[in-house]
Design a protein around this ligand. Structure first.
Ligand SMILES: O=C(O)[C@H](O)[C@@H](O)[C@H](O)[C@H](O)COP(=O)(O)O
Length: 230
């Protein structure tokens, strides 16, 4: 492994403890960022893991009106589709105190992501870098929508990649867009969150693989991994 490698793993007795602690950590990081910046940018994943974290985080004592929120990746489906990550955010994170935060869109109503990119990229570029990135991981070692079985992975891992990239992983039912690896990795604070022994084994395997086979590798340096077995 490279000499500058830094990664911390925090193991929790159960998912409830993980949820509570991760929400507190994110809130602490956001408050710290707001001491030095006018606005903070929080990037969060979709999927099934973060809902309970959002339920705690949305009540946190933060000056939410100074926080912008973005997804790490989005499925190219309408905003009211059950698989829309934006829908999850609107229902579980942008509520309670966090209703004051601003959502930066990662989807517009076009047929393909390629058609939507020109409407999304300028706003994103103007707002980066990310202050706090929360990332999920799949047992196939994908993170955000950087999937090992996607033809676009090499370009999404490139240092000079556009900030937002359309992907069509063979394993997924719909097209997606994902923030490029360098955008996610450039976050000031990175929290990777998952549960289950299969994913823990996948992380261990990833440490011995290149990012091309194990995309999670692209964001591990400097990250804190939060894990519970159940
Ligand atoms: O929208 C998504 O699908 C994601 O951002 C993705 O990277 C997710 O974090 C992992 O697939 C883990 O998903 P689960 O939390 O559902 O296991």
């Amino acid at each position: 492994m490279e000499g500058d490698w830094r990664m911390k793993i925090e193991t929790y007795p159960d998912f409830d403890m993980l949820t509570l602690n991760v929400a507190q950590r994110i809130a602490g990081d956001l408050n710290a960022a707001l001491l030095h910046q006018d606005r903070a940018l929080l990037a969060v994943p979709g999927g099934t893991t973060p809902g309970p974290i959002f339920d705690d985080l949305c009540a946190a004592d933060i000056e939410w009106s100074r926080v912008d929120i973005i997804l790490t990746d989005e499925r190219w489906v309408p905003g009211d589709h059950p698989r829309s990550n934006t829908k999850l955010l609107k229902e579980r994170l942008l509520v309670n105190r966090a209703a004051e935060a601003s959502l930066l869109p990662l989807h517009v109503a076009t047929e393909t992501p390629e058609e939507g990119l020109p409407k999304l990229i300028p706003g994103l570029e103007a707002r980066l870098p990310i202050s706090v990135a929360v990332l999920g991981m799949g047992a196939d070692m994908h993170t955000a929508s950087l999937f090992p079985d996607s033809a676009e992975l090499t370009s999404a891992l490139a240092q000079d990649a556009p900030v937002l990239i359309p992907v069509r992983p063979a394993s997924q039912p719909e097209a997606r867009v994902t923030l490029a690896a360098h955008v996610l990795n450039g976050a000031l604070h990175k929290h990777i969150v998952f549960k289950g022994k299969d994913k823990r084994d996948a992380l261990d395997a990833a440490l011995h693989l290149p990012a091309q086979k194990a995309p999670i590798r692209a964001v591990l340096d400097g990250a804190t991994v939060h894990y519970s077995e159940s």
